[in-house]
Design a protein around this ligand. Structure first.
Ligand SMILES: Nc1c(N[C@@H]2O[C@H](COP(=O)(O)O)[C@@H](O)[C@H]2O)[nH]c(=O)[nH]c1=O
Length: 175
């Protein structure tokens, strides 16, 4: 059996995966990386070895840590995995506005736009600042790809009401 992340050894929403692997009679398990989450951290591998299963750890470790980065961030740092995303021209401009045509200009190509919407479908939440909301009234849903729309949050120091379909988060930070 090949797994990117160490099978868990604790009861969470589901029973321990390592126990099931033992019950199913696997002979050999190749595990990409150890789960750094304190409740697992080598215990999954130990459960398998105690049951006589041959376990190899650390195959393509860097790639497996990368693959599991969102899960690992949530469980070790106790915060969401955050992606900063913006569209920018080759000469470093963003949010271009033409005086004669005061509306957002597309920097993304049809292909990169699809990638943007794929990213939206892959994340749980998308957060936008009050300035962007004021300028663009973005929809921030998934239209050019397939999958669920993310939850949408407007972060603002002054707004008292969220736009329809958005959550409101208050920002107290200034820079
Ligand atoms: N112009 C531009 C972007 N503009 C940003 O995209 C958001 C609009 O989302 P929606 O209303 O769902 O289409 C909004 O926040 C706007 O500032 N984004 C990009 O990936 N590429 C682009 O070229």
């Amino acid at each position: 059996m090949y797994v990117s992340l160490e099978p868990c050894a604790h009861w969470g929403k589901t029973p321990p995966c390592a126990n099931l692997i033992v019950i199913k009679g696997m002979k050999r398990v190749v595990c990409g990386c150890i789960d750094p989450f304190a409740k697992v951290k080598g215990r999954g591998v130990q459960t398998l070895r105690n049951a006589g299963i041959e376990v190899t750890v650390g195959v393509l470790e860097k790639e497996c840590l990368e693959l599991n980065k969102a899960f690992i961030t949530v469980n070790t740092l106790k915060r969401p995995y955050i992606i900063l995303k913006w569209a920018q021209t080759a000469n470093g401009c963003m949010g271009l506005l033409q005086q004669s045509r005061p509306q957002p200009i597309s920097i993304s190509t049809p292909t990169t736009r699809r990638l943007v919407h794929k990213l939206r479908a892959d994340v749980g939440t998308i957060l936008v600042g009050a300035g962007t909301w004021k300028a663009d009234h973005p929809q921030l849903n998934v239209r050019a790809w397939y999958g669920p729309d993310p939850e949408r949050i407007l972060i603002s120091a002054h707004a008292t009401q969220a736009p329809e379909g958005f959550w409101l988060a208050h920002s107290t930070m200034r820079w």
